[in-house]
Design a protein around this ligand. Structure first.
Ligand SMILES: [Zn+2]
Length: 477
């Protein structure tokens, strides 16, 4: 079956038809490295990771490129306003902008590694690709898509690119009518965006045909995508906040230069909210992976939580939801660990059919615009069925482990390694009571799937529950 995705550019659900059969060229907008990445940022990179893993499970070879934005930019670059976050961090921490970039690039890699995000094939740094950006800007000037102002700034001339606004709906006329862009006298049109800023005060500056300065943010991605993936790519991803202006401008630059369609599919993930609200520094909700661990939670639970919400749905982070994710991971661990093989037990054909069926349905769910809810439902059905099977033949055990390995190649929870390295401890009374209480709470919330998952987990660990008029009683087998 082909993969189907909802494409932001056309608004249609479209088949993934790659330029080169079997090979997916994918570009993901990566971090701007001026502070420790927080879990909201990781939603986008977890989406990219699960997408890549799903494509690989589906038999594609994926060439994944994620940029590192390590050049500082004004937040509102084109109106000369806002702050340069790298330079602001440099003042705050008393080191250079270069040191800031190096430090937070490392922190990004470290957090990504701890979340078991597969490394991209390349992580091009903007600071190391300025010649490619200058070449692209030159090409755009030669083709009449960009102009140099007397002050030495270079702008993209949006009026020369009629498709501008197709991705975001912010057409040149719309922008004018809504006065969405401030007037800067040296620009031909208020929506024109900077390709090169002449600035000899900026900490990061390079020589260019237009004087010393630094590149615009948008041209970085166009230039690096082209260098590593070619003029045309299969999938471009980013957070919904990247749609405008960033990706709109990338299309104008890349297609303005090459005359070819830039990305065949544009996929965008929605934001992560904390307790139903936008994360903010003032409310203390910009959690990092260290914050999650400091509160005693595992990053496997965080990973499960980040992948369990469909990428086009807003995701709401709450501590109880993280507890629920931890419970789901525990129930998978228990099930995988519980696959006990014995000699003299005959193969059970229904188990082989169950494994194969689970794999087929899991992949089919992912092929349907990465339907993770359906994929996880398959995972938990398999878990429950395996729990019921108890002792199995050696052949069935090997088959089941193979199935878990393939499902986990997308989940990224290291289920088999985890099961092997942590033999089940006999649960103590407090732990059992905690799970029983969590099940009661889930039932009160009418979250039957969660309540059943906890009952199954307890059953797999030899605990029997009895619902009675005075509450729940439990006994050990
Ligand atoms: Zn980008």
């Amino acid at each position: 079956m082909p993969f189907l995705f909802r494409d932001t550019l056309t608004g249609e659900t479209r088949e993934l038809a790659t330029l080169e059969p079997g090979v997916v060229r994918m570009y993901n907008c990566g971090p701007t490295v001026y502070s420790t990445p927080q879990i909201g940022n990781f939603r986008a990179w977890m989406f990219a990771d699960v997408l890549r893993r799903a494509l690989e499970l589906g038999g594609h070879e994926v060439r994944q490129i994620m940029n590192i934005t390590d050049v500082g930019h004004l937040t509102l670059d084109d109106t000369e306003s806002g702050e340069d976050k790298l330079e602001a961090a440099s003042r705050r921490e008393g080191v250079t902008a270069w040191d800031i970039a190096a430090r937070y690039t490392e922190e990004f890699f470290e957090s990504a590694r701890r979340l078991n995000i597969l490394p991209a094939h390349e992580y091009p740094r903007a600071t190391q690709h300025v010649p490619e950006m200058i070449a692209m800007i030159r090409g755009l000037i030669d083709r009449g898509h960009a102009y140099v102002t007397p002050a030495g700034n270079v702008y993209y001339d949006v009026a020369t690119f009629p498709a501008y606004g197709r991705l975001s709906g912010n057409t040149v006329e719309e922008l004018e009518a809504g006065a969405r862009v401030a007037v800067v006298p040296e620009k031909r049109h208020p929506a024109d965006f900077a390709l090169w800023k002449r600035d000899e005060q900026h900490q990061m500056q390079w020589d260019s045909p237009w004087g010393r300065g630094y590149p615009g943010w948008h041209v970085e991605c166009s230039a690096m995508a082209r260098k590593y993936l070619g003029d045309e790519i299969d999938i471009h991803t980013g957070g919904e906040d990247n749609i405008f202006p960033h990706h709109e401008c990338e299309i104008a630059q890349s297609e303005g230069l090459t005359g070819k369609p830039f990305a065949r599919l544009w996929l965008h993930n929605r934001h992560l909210l904390v307790d139903g609200r936008k994360m903010s520094k003032s409310s203390g909700t910009m959690y990092t992976v260290d914050d999650i661990e400091a509160r005693g939670h595992s990053l496997r639970a965080l990973r499960y939580m980040l992948l369990a919400t469909h990428y086009r749905q807003p995701m709401n982070f709450t501590w109880p939801a993280l507890d629920a994710a931890a419970g789901a991971v525990r129930s998978l661990d228990t099930s995988v660990r519980g696959i006990t093989a014995a000699d003299g037990v005959a193969d059970d054909p229904s188990l082989a059919a169950l494994s194969a069926g689970a794999e087929t349905r899991f992949l089919a769910a992912l092929e349907d615009d990465l339907n993770v809810s359906a994929a996880l439902a398959v995972v938990h059905e398999l878990r429950a069925a395996v729990n019921r099977a108890q002792t199995v033949s050696r052949g069935d055990a090997a088959r089941l482990r193979g199935t878990w390995e393939r499902l986990d190649s997308v989940l990224g929870l290291d289920l088999l390694a985890h099961a092997a390295s942590t033999p089940e401890a006999r649960p103590d009374d407090a732990e059992i009571q905690g799970l029983v209480d969590a099940r009661t709470a889930a039932r009160e919330d009418r979250d039957w799937a969660r309540a059943d998952a906890i009952r199954d987990e307890l059953a797999a660990r030899g605990i029997r529950l009895e619902d009675g008029p005075d509450g729940v009683r439990w006994t050990r087998d």
